[in-house]
Design a protein around this ligand. Structure first.
Ligand code: FAD
Length: 489
């Protein structure tokens, strides 16, 4: 859903009147002026007379809550605010809803440039699909062979039975989850046990297991892929929770990939947004959020100003540090903003590949330019669409000339003839991919970052209790933030 300006889903858009502009003109400061003069006092109040440069103002009083960000977390929050009788206004930086989901068409096929799959084990997602009448079904051609690294930089083809060994390695990495995650949706339920291991990275875990070099080569690609390129960045407890949530088994783990909703990621989100009956304002990146204890003032980069009794900040945690908060973020939020929760590098590409490649799933080793590449749609005439992931920020995955040599390391007979890609690490409104907690973040930060800060509540996939890094987790946080915000209006 691409948009040119404000749109309204269900209710008429509010006009910006001369009176409303004049009324605001006495009280709110322009982004530029705020940055330059520090016109906000320590309590977050915006000083009068600092308005130079503001151009427009939202019609205060026509909404009860401002939701910043129209991804799954923000849209859920808006819908739940509406369900509680509060009128939401959504302010979105892009010209579309969806954030890190982005349904497109390429080579005649529906593709997802961000999130792709839902799993039947994701209860909140399943409830939403049911509520709006969407089904979930398998998509993509299954592989009939695998490619794994056999030594650094050298790959070899295997039968699918190679996955038995790979699955055993995964099971060893996650051994013990039934003990430390007895209730995977409540990650701190066995808090003492979790505290003992939360500082460990996935790389530490591989060290502990003293894996033979070849085994480490096989498994490190997956662990570093999910960590955004470096297995030292991902917490063991983060990925282990992904293992625990769908049942502590390899079958559960593999069920996370492969099933899609009718109409893709876009269809469900559009249905949820329609229910929110929220005015959405597009192309307005929020630069500044002030809470003076009575209401929240939100200022966009272009100097548009909106005020409401509460706000839900539903942008990725990696974006927090690029928004100015007054008063500043509380210490735990500030630490997560600094460290990030979305993995730093995550580029996804859809490659139209020609050649005798077969139906294959290829796994890179840690540090390889491509971490995973697999057959997805058969296009006929010896062509197929493959999905690939890269966490190498120096590789431009949208350029077939750069892709071809690195793809051929894994699949010598492949020729990439066209590609559609999105590099989420370089996207200024994502600044990373899916969330995966860093070592120590679960015990140190999670409970604190789920709490509101004054009249500001937070929602995004990185601060979920359950499915951190998934749409289900984003939805969870949208519900929580709506409840917190509604309690203040
Ligand atoms: C490549 C990739 C593959 C993935 N695969 C899966 C998968 O298969 N299944 C799954 O469940 N999850 C998957 N995920 C994770 C999933 O995409 C996220 O968990 C989910 O989309 C996060 O939703 P969100 O609402 O928290 O954040 P977002 O979707 O990022 O939404 C935040 C919104 O805030 C907006 N915004 C940012 N800054 C500002 C600002 N300053 N002012 C106003 N608006 C702003 C953004 O434009 C965006 O619309 C994947 C993610 C990636 C990147």
């Amino acid at each position: 859903m691409d948009n040119q300006g404000d749109t309204t889903s269900g209710i008429p858009a509010t006009k910006v009147t001369r009176r409303s502009v004049l009324r605001a003109a006495g009280t709110v400061a322009a982004v530029g002026a705020l940055g330059a003069t520090g016109a906000v006092n320590a309590a977050g109040a915006v000083a009068a007379g600092d308005l130079a440069g503001t151009t427009e103002v939202g019609e205060e009083g026509s909404y009860d809550a401002i939701v910043i960000g129209a991804g799954y977390a923000g849209v859920t929050a808006a819908r739940e605010l509406r369900a509680r009788g509060r009128r939401p206004l959504i302010i979105e930086a892009r010209d579309r809803i969806g954030g890190r989901t982005w349904t497109q068409t390429f080579a005649g096929q529906r593709i997802e440039l961000g999130a792709n799959w839902f799993s039947p084990s994701q209860d909140l997602v399943m409830k939403e699909l049911k509520r709006y009448g969407f089904g979930l079904s398998p998509e993509g051609v299954g592989p009939d062979k695998a490619v794994f690294p056999v030594e650094p930089g050298r790959y070899q083809e295997f039968g699918l039975d190679a996955f038995t060994h790979y699955d055993n390695l995964l099971a060893r990495v996650f051994e013990g989850t039934r003990d430390y995650f007895p209730r995977p949706l409540e990650p701190l339920y066995a808090e003492d046990k979790i505290r003992a291991i939360d500082g460990k990275s996935l790389s530490d875990r591989m060290d502990d297991l003293k894996l033979p070099a070849r085994d480490r080569l096989w498994i490190s690609g997956t662990l570093s892929n999910y960590s955004g390129g470096n297995s030292a960045d991902g917490a063991l407890t983060a990925l282990a929770q992904w293992w625990a949530l769908p049942g502590h088994t390899t079958e559960g783990w593999h069920s996370l990939i492969g099933q899609v909703a009718d109409d893709g990621m876009k269809g469900l989100l559009e249905a949820m947004l329609a229910d929110a009956r929220a005015r959405v304002i597009y192309r307005q990146p929020v630069a500044y959020i002030a809470d003076d204890g009575r209401r929240v003032t939100v200022v966009t980069r272009t100097g548009r100003i909106f005020r409401a009794p509460v706000a839900v900040v539903a942008v990725p945690a990696n974006v927090w540090k690029h928004i100015r908060f007054a008063p500043g973020l509380p210490p735990m939020h500030a630490e997560v903003a600094e460290q990030g929760s979305g993995v730093p590098n995550a580029a996804k590409f859809w490659a139209r590949v020609r050649g005798d490649v077969g139906r294959v799933v290829a796994n890179g080793e840690e540090g390889a330019p491509i971490s995973a590449l697999f057959s997805y749609y058969d296009l006929g005439n010896s062509e197929q669409l493959m999905i690939g992931f890269s966490e190498d920020p120096s590789l431009d995955v949208s350029d077939p000339a750069q892709l071809n040599p690195v793809v051929r390391r894994m699949l010598p007979k492949a020729e990439v003839v066209d590609v559609r890609a999105q590099d989420w690490g370089k996207d200024e409104f994502a600044r990373g991919g899916w969330a995966l907690r860093r070592p120590g973040q679960l015990t140190r930060h999670l409970p604190a970052v789920q709490r509101p800060h004054g009249r500001i509540a937070f929602a995004n996939d990185g601060i979920a209790s359950g499915w951190t890094g998934f749409i289900d987790g984003a939805i969870e946080t949208g519900f929580r933030a709506a409840e917190q915000a509604a309690a203040l209006v």
